[in-house]
Design a protein around this ligand. Sequence first.
Ligand code: ATP
Ligand code: MG
Length: 108
Amino acid sequence: MGKIIAVAQHKGGTGKTTTCINLGASLCDMGKTVLVVDLDPQASFTLSMGINPLEVKNSIHQVLVDPTVDIKSNSITNQTPLDIAKERYAKGEINKDQFMQIKKDLED
Ligand SMILES: Nc1ncnc2c1ncn2[C@@H]1O[C@H](COP(=O)(O)OP(=O)(O)OP(=O)(O)O)[C@@H](O)[C@H]1O
Ligand SMILES: [Mg+2]
């Protein structure tokens, strides 16, 4: 079972987006499979990933307001977490122990 980390702070400009970017990247470096959901209408995280939010056909907004919209169609990748882990293992981005740990985490 995965862990959910929410980064929230009412005050603006306090490093929320910066924290998401670096926390996400650091967890990836540790071999974790990470899904970042950008719920901020400013879409700063999306922009920082090199994605133009104006070109995203369905955003998380549609997922939240329209129950017929499938969240998988909104993900940048619709691979399963295990698919992603296999790909990363094949590319040498994670070692066998890290792959087995991810597999175990997903099964728990
Ligand atoms: N630890 C840090 N040290 C110095 N500067 C930082 C640090 N973290 C973030 N910043 C800088 O502070 C500014 C605001 O950061 P960021 O955009 O992450 O804040 P935010 O809380 O997401 O803002 P907003 O409320 O507008 O969404 C940026 O210029 C960022 O580069
Ligand atoms: Mg922000």
